[in-house]
Design a protein. Structure first.
Length: 412
């Protein structure tokens, strides 16, 4: 008979072969060991137009149409350039509203939008991998005040799989609410984290290597601050740290993008007032921050630029920005560090153009398919949505042409 065992400490599988009618407590007749690769998961969706994905890995997109309804389209086949028609999920929403995307532990996607009545609404897949969605439900137990339509919607996931959302109210104070149970329809009351933060401030949400959530915002003094769970799955504000300054000098409307390297150290990306891209990375997994920022380019990017970040299966991050010339640029984290130009640390200062032109304030949707290939989603100035995919999981080549995903959309 054959027995297979995993030895996770060394990243290998061992197979043992025993002769028939042999006492299995004795030594096996043969043994074979084979190294395996444990791939790191992709980074969670980010930005005002995040890219969702089904439990089976098929990408799913969400946009608000000129009629105010929210529409979705999804890959009809895994890893393929075949997409469904755009399907309305109903509602009536401002076209500039942020859309939050989260995931239940059972794989069902869940989306969040702020209505004209300044309440937060949610809809969720009734079954994983199916385009069957619930009616819109208000998370009505909001604090005094209202949620501005200019709000960012931060969506995080606790270590136990419960979703948690983050919003700033009309006074600029930050609040959070979480699922009471895994996959549940019931949510907690809103807990306050203080403020005030500038109107429309981006909310970055990250996760430590141990599963604790981190939140990132730019305060009125134009410095970036973080606050994090002191222990996983906390359900009270007392279970969070105080606000910690990570320094810098940023416009209040600057986007905050959260990545993570192969070791689990979180890494932040922000475009500075001088139009250069800056980064700051944790000193160790779950550890402190250097509180200093490193420029990653001599190239200038618009201040309102969104930074797209993806992660290859080997853990290396990939960055995407739109230049002042409207072209989208990318670079991939280096395998080893480098201290001489044209690189700094484990990043190159050289960027590769992937075509354009695109509006300089465009969102950049980033996702990875099951084959490990990065895929981008951008909207043209005329309101057409396009996508482009890397040819392989490990190479630097991309498809030559951008694929149109149909539709005509208002500015998002």
């Amino acid at each position: 008979m054959q027995r297979v065992a995993r030895r996770g400490a060394v990243g290998s599988y061992c197979a043992y072969l025993y002769r028939g009618n042999t006492d299995t407590r004795r030594h096996p007749a043969a043994r074979a060991e084979r190294p395996i690769a444990f791939f790191l998961p992709d980074l969670p969706p980010q930005g005002r137009r995040p890219v969702g994905h089904n439990a089976d890995g098929r990408h799913q997109l969400f946009l608000i149409g000129s009629d105010g309804q929210l529409y979705t389209s999804y890959q009809s086949r895994l890893n393929a350039d075949r997409w469904s028609n755009w399907v309305s999920l109903g509602g009536s929403w401002p076209t500039s509203d942020a859309i939050g995307v989260g995931f239940n532990r059972d794989g069902r996607q869940q989306i969040y939008v702020i209505g004209y009545d300044n309440k937060l609404y949610t809809s969720y897949q009734k079954r994983a991998n199916k385009n069957l969605w619930s009616r819109w439900v208000s998370l009505w137990n909001q604090p005094a005040g209202y949620w501005p339509n200019s709000d960012s919607i931060g969506v995080g996931t606790n270590a136990d799989g419960r979703q948690e959302v983050y919003l700033t109210d009309g006074a600029g104070d930050l609040f959070t609410s979480y699922q009471r149970r895994v996959n549940a329809l019931s949510w907690s009351d809103w807990l306050g984290f203080g403020g005030p933060f500038p109107d429309g401030a981006a909310i970055g949400v990250g996760s430590g290597a141990d599963g604790r959530q981190y939140i990132y915002l730019i305060y009125q003094d134009e410095k970036l601050y973080t606050r994090y769970q002191n222990h996983v799955n906390t359900r009270t504000t007392y279970g969070w740290s105080d606000w910690v300054s990570l320094e810098g000098y940023w416009y209040s409307y600057a986007g905050i993008t959260v990545g993570a390297d192969a070791s689990g150290r979180q890494e932040l990306y922000v475009v500075g007032i001088n139009q250069k891209l800056y980064t700051q990375r944790q000193l160790s997994p779950n550890g402190s921050w250097p509180r200093s920022w490193t420029p990653l380019t001599e190239k200038l990017f618009p201040n309102a630029d969104a930074v797209g970040v993806g992660r290859r299966k080997d853990g290396r991050q990939e960055l995407y920005l739109i230049g002042s010339n409207g072209r989208v640029y990318t670079q991939t984290q280096l395998l080893t560090g480098c201290d001489t130009p044209p690189c700094v640390g484990d990043w190159s200062l050289l960027w590769t153009a992937l075509g354009g032109p695109w509006p300089t304030n465009d969102f950049i949707g980033v996702a990875r398919d099951v084959a490990g290939r990065e895929q981008l989603y951008l909207m043209s100035a005329g309101g057409a949505l396009y996508t482009k995919r890397a040819i392989s999981a490990s190479g630097s080549a991309w498809q030559r042409h951008w694929l149109s995903l149909e539709g005509s959309w208002p500015p998002q």
